[in-house]
Design a protein around this ligand. Structure first.
Ligand SMILES: Cc1cc2nc3c(=O)[nH]c(=O)nc-3n(C[C@H](O)[C@H](O)[C@H](O)COP(=O)(O)OP(=O)(O)OC[C@H]3O[C@@H](n4cnc5c(N)ncnc54)[C@H](O)[C@@H]3O)c2cc1C
Length: 221
């Protein structure tokens, strides 16, 4: 689910692609009445910010999913330094809901007339978890230097047909998408295990310098 919060009159500004902490004071959640979310919106989308999350059965997520238009939440931020560098080619590697900052980055790049090389590899369990797919496909159609590849790790758990790639984001696929790019910056976002695995591949067999890698770990879940 995505949630738009109005920023009109608040002076709230952020950079692509920071995060916020969303609080619902009073919600009795044993893990606390707030969660951190990357913004899935771009700073170019003025007047509001958007966060997108998986709805689980925690009291916080249940309360969030039942917010009605016009109700309020506490939003603290912007937070973090997971920032897009438009001066270099980018390789974005997303696991599941970890795609949220990359939707924001691609939208930001697109809105600012960027013509740099932007490549996204996006993995999800089942096809229906590939959120933002329609919009990402539009970015690719309208920008010859943007590319997106999708993969699904457990197509058998879905009733939707899937004829695309199956399996995790592996070294061979990263090499293929990064081919021809001059010293790209690698950005990774997803659950801790996914980020750790990919950073290991990049810095190990692929020999990418850690200064060319940035990541956002979605702790929790
Ligand atoms: C920088 C950053 C950016 C992030 N961006 C996003 C984002 O864009 N979108 C997004 O969805 N998430 C994002 N996250 C993760 C987010 O903060 C939450 O941790 C996540 O969404 C899970 O929240 P939750 O309420 O579902 O479960 P959690 O708050 O993680 O649950 C708390 C703990 O309780 C356990 N638990 C949950 N339910 C039950 C239950 N019923 N019974 C027993 N135990 C249970 C969980 O396993 C976990 O250990 C981000 C995190 C960080 C740090």
């Amino acid at each position: 689910m995505s949630f738009d919060f109005s920023t009109e009159g608040t002076g709230f500004r952020y950079r692509s692609q920071q995060a916020v902490r969303v609080g619902l004071p009073g919600v009795p959640d044993p893990w606390g009445a707030a969660r951190t979310f990357s913004m899935s919106s771009s700073p170019t989308e003025t007047g509001h910010l958007t966060v997108t999350c998986r709805i689980s059965d925690t009291p916080f997520k249940q309360a969030l999913s039942h917010l009605r238009p016009g109700e309020t939440a506490q939003v603290i931020g912007p937070l973090g330094e997971f920032l897009l560098d438009l001066t270099r080619p980018s390789v974005f590697l997303a696991g599941g809901i970890g795609v949220t900052p990359f939707r924001g980055m691609m939208r930001y790049a697109s809105d600012t007339g960027d013509a740099g090389e932007r490549r996204l590899l996006y993995s999800a369990r089942v096809p229906e978890d590939l959120v933002f797919r329609d919009e990402l496909d539009v970015f690719v159609r309208t920008h010859p230097t943007y590319r997106v590849g999708y993969t699904v790790t457990r197509p058998g758990e879905s009733s939707r047909p899937w004829e695309g790639r199956v399996g995790r984001i592996d070294e061979e696929w990263i090499r293929e998408i990064a081919k021809g790019l001059h010293r790209p910056k690698y950005y990774i976002a997803g659950l801790p295990e996914m980020v750790e695995e990919i950073v290991g591949r990049l810095t190990g067999p692929m020999g990418i310098l850690s200064e060319d890698i940035d990541y956002e770990v979605f702790r929790g879940f």
